[in-house]
Write a protein that binds this ligand. Sequence first.
Ligand code: GLY
Ligand code: GLY
Length: 304
Amino acid sequence: MEPCIIVHGGAWDIPKDLWDSHRRGCSTAANDGYSVLRKGGSAVDAVEVAVKSMEEDSTFDAGRGSFLNADGEVEMDATIMDGDDLSFGAVAAVQHILHPVSLARQVMEKTQHCMLVGEGALRFARSIGMPTVSQECLLTDRELRRWQEIKQRQSFEQRELFDAARDRYSPKGTVGAVAMDQKGKIAAATSTGGTPNKMAGRVGDSPLVGCGNYADSKFAGVSATGWGEPMMKAVIARRVCHSIEDGMNAQEAGDEAIRYLEERVKGYGGVIILDKDGNLSHSNNTPRMAVAGINQHGERFEFI
Ligand code: GLY
Ligand code: GLY
């Protein structure tokens, strides 16, 4: 098989002055993942590398640059899934880790479980020698200012974040990647700092299998971004795969899922999709979505 990859850096009303940083961050991640695939690496390696690149980039709401929760702390969620045997690893509400996606992978490969949360996830990281970092290493001035501004308000509605007309709190953007390797394995990974001012312990769609992320090498891989609570209600990533199993093409399946998200649970967001034939697509109901990829002919593309 000729390998391919698609990545996203969030779906929201990305203002013009941030287009370059989003383009750069997504293209770099896609290139990094693609290099792994070209050298014969697995799709799991490729999506981990791509997501790590965006976790390091404070442009995005993942790893460094994550939103702060209501207590002024960074708590992150991430997952990675191997579409050959449907194994996945996930971490939620984890602190002091620069690369939650790598910790999720270790959960998949080194434990008998699929998901670890909070303090237990951190203890596991320490037990396998994964480096931990201080909160200051993950925190940006931008997010500290955002948090201070939110704290001065009387009330704060999560919905406003995704409503282009009312949003005063951008930027934000969960990150994700889906890849297919030379053996036809599809893998998907998603990582996020969640939503600003979320309650301590709040977990979003990103680390939940079938919600923010899903991969099945027989059909497709999906990574989602957007307002997590509606995404969870819609079980959106599995919904896309299910529609592809039922005969829709990737674009139709993504569009159907986003329509359902909006009509049934009033959600906002987007999905990237890679199907078993190497078709790459994205669907969203936000003004913009940051996407980059490299198709099976080696052609690069990006959208904002
Ligand atoms: N951080 C929320 C999102 O863009 O998915
Ligand atoms: N979509 C990311 C979140 O809501 O946490």
